[in-house]
Design a protein around this ligand. Structure first.
Ligand code: ZN
Length: 153
């Protein structure tokens, strides 16, 4: 039998500023880290906001376990109101993050009327959280221009 491999798939945020979203897959579990938007360049007239293409998540939603947020900036949480409705079939989707990041996320989701699609899971730095069957997350506080920023090792 082939050894299980960790797959890491960026759906945004690599080679660009914004739209941060990284898929981690291991065995039958899939999670994403961050769910951000990107603001359009000047030449993208008529475009208000750029969000990641989450077709891959929707097609594999039976394996989707959680969204993990590193912090509450727009380029890390801004797409939540657009992505969560696409995952409605498996809602409420566990949403892990610092209390501050979750407060920002909740505000955006309530404004869009879709807060019930998320299961808010506030984390504490240094604690370990089991996500799905195969992932364990520990959040490490980092210095950034917003309180409650975490690195996810
Ligand atoms: Zn930031």
């Amino acid at each position: 039998m082939a050894r299980p491999r960790l797959r890491v798939i960026p759906l945004g945020g690599i080679g660009e500023i914004g739209k941060n979203m990284m898929v981690f897959e291991y065995r039958g579990d899939m999670i994403i880290v961050d769910c951000g938007t990107k603001f359009p360049e000047e030449e993208m007239r008529g475009i208000d906001l750029i969000i990641p293409d989450v077709t891959y998540l929707v097609e594999n939603s039976h394996r989707f376990r959680a969204i993990v947020l590193t912090h509450g900036h727009e380029d890390h949480i801004g797409s939540l109101p657009y992505v969560l409705p696409q995952l409605e079939k498996i809602a409420p989707v566990p949403l892990y993050g610092s209390p501050m990041a979750l407060a920002y996320a909740r505000g955006k989701l309530e404004e869009a009327g879709v807060a019930q699609l998320a299961d808010f899971m506030p984390i504490e730095p240094g604690q370990k959280y089991k996500i799905g069957h195969h992932f364990e997350a520990e959040f490490v506080p980092v210095t950034h221009s917003i309180p409650g920023a975490m690195l996810w090792p």
